[in-house]
Ligand binder design. Structure first.
Ligand SMILES: [Zn+2]
Length: 446
């Protein structure tokens, strides 16, 4: 898959040729290889880094050490606490004569446990989340609701929004209709036998029921049995625990501007990851991209006109806790941000450039668009809301720059045990670094 993806990047866009003519890294430790080295280091030396755990704290230590080593001038941790969650064992199997088999299953983030003996119940097969919403109260009393929506593959990841609704709200809506538990077809585009985790939510006043995801082939099996008119019985066991008031934090690092140090260009990525893989595409890749791009944009003397700030957010996966905490802590200085951008979409090449800036500033940002065009990047509309971590800043009126990456294959790996360093495409990663660096350099030196 990696080779094929590399080929798509090279054949499908002008990116490859442009990468080759872009200024070559001056030495082995120049920015391009900095990004790849950072992804390798974070995923190998820290590994999985679930928010609120000792592993996430180790990632903050890694970030502080690494950013100081790369000569960022101010490196600080802004701590916060939140109610975290730890995964325990999960198992699921189809029970019954002739059908019995183990399923590849994971708990969704925040899910409560089942009773120790597990839950055994017939499955209520629900074709889509909209069908669940349309069902009357008590429609699924005593059942395990199975929601079967498939996610649609798309370059811009547009299939994620509709598909992820069942993950976020499936448990609440199933519980309102009497269900004992909810199991979903994984939110993903692969056909590996690997389930995708991700955060779910409960609602005050609605009974908390266990929530899990099975892999696509297992979902297919349940679907076929249902289509044959058979009653499927599932046995589900989840062990999870809440961890109240767990520590997390954002790591903030500046390259201080030489002329207008109080004006800031912000580059963000998130440091935490899900715990099944090593969080390589989500979001060690973003960490590598923004750190390397900040250094490249600052130039060899690390003296941009304005301050370039890298923020490595904590606790993003579990509800954008770090992004909200940062915006709250820095609300008073919102006017001093020249722009904010983030990288949180793997290592697909950047192909799309959107903004959300003042109308009278569009000419300048259109010029950035022209500087990005040789990398195979199209100018999009001035309607961006930013990524998850910078959206709270966008709401404060901070100008937003969004570099849209090719997400065609992103959701094959997203939140699975398969999100590991070997999936990182160094050629596409380098194109991302160059795209971010060009945009940041122009804003910082405007
Ligand atoms: Zn992410």
């Amino acid at each position: 898959m990696r080779a094929a993806f590399g080929a798509v990047v090279c054949l499908g866009l002008a990116a490859c040729a442009s990468v080759e003519v872009a200024p070559a890294p001056a030495s082995k430790d120049a920015a391009g290889s900095v990004a790849y080295g950072l992804v390798k280091s974070l995923t190998t030396e820290v590994g999985p880094r679930l928010a609120g755990t000792k592993a996430e704290a180790a990632a903050r230590d890694w970030a502080v050490r690494t950013l100081k080593g790369l000569k960022f001038s101010r490196v600080t941790v802004e701590p916060f606490a939140f109610d975290a969650w730890e995964r325990g064992a999960a198992s699921a199997r189809i029970v019954g004569p002739g059908q019995a088999q183990e399923l590849a299953v994971v708990a969704l983030g925040r899910s409560v446990s089942t009773p120790a003996r597990g839950i055994t119940a017939p499955v209520a097969f629900v074709a889509s989340f909209d069908d669940l919403l349309a069902a009357p109260p008590n429609a699924y009393a005593g059942k395990i609701v199975f929601i079967n929506d498939r996610m649609v593959r798309a370059k811009d990841g547009a299939g994620y929004g509709p598909a992820v609704r069942k993950r976020g709200k499936g448990a609440v809506e199933a519980a309102k209709r009497g269900a004992l538990a909810v199991v979903i077809r994984s939110v993903g585009t692969d056909h590996d036998r690997l389930p995708h985790t991700g955060q779910m939510r409960y609602e005050k006043g609605v009974r908390k029921i266990p929530a899990a995801a099975v892999s696509a082939p297992d979902a297919d099996q349940i679907e076929r049995l249902h289509d044959m008119g058979l009653t499927v019985r599932l046995h589900l066991t989840l062990r999870a625990r809440d961890v109240p008031k767990a520590p997390s934090g954002n790591v903030v690092a500046d390259i201080v501007g030489r002329e207008k140090p109080e004006e800031i260009v912000l580059l963000g990525a998130h440091l935490d990851s899900w715990d099944l893989g090593t969080g390589a595409i989500d979001d060690a890749a973003g960490v590598g991209i923004v750190v390397a791009a900040a250094l490249r944009a600052a130039g060899s003397d690390l003296a941009p006109k304005r301050t370039i700030r890298v923020v490595l957010f904590g606790a993003e996966e579990v509800g954008v806790v770090g992004g909200e905490a940062f915006a709250k802590a820095h609300a008073g200085e919102a006017k001093s941000y020249a722009a904010a951008m983030e990288a949180d979409f793997g290592t697909g090449a950047v192909w799309h450039f959107r903004t959300k800036v003042a109308e009278n500033d569009l000419a300048f940002f259109d010029a950035i668009g022209r500087a990005l065009a040789p990398l195979g990047i199209e100018r999009g509309a001035n309607d961006s809301t930013g990524g998850a971590d910078v959206e709270p800043l966008a709401k404060l009126g901070v100008p937003i720059v969004s570099l849209g990456q090719d997400g065609t294959h992103y959701f094959d790996l997203h939140h699975t045990a398969n999100d590991t360093f070997d999936k990182i495409d160094p050629v596409a990663l380098e194109q991302c670094v160059e795209a971010y660096a060009r945009a940041v350099r122009m804003i910082a030196n405007r």
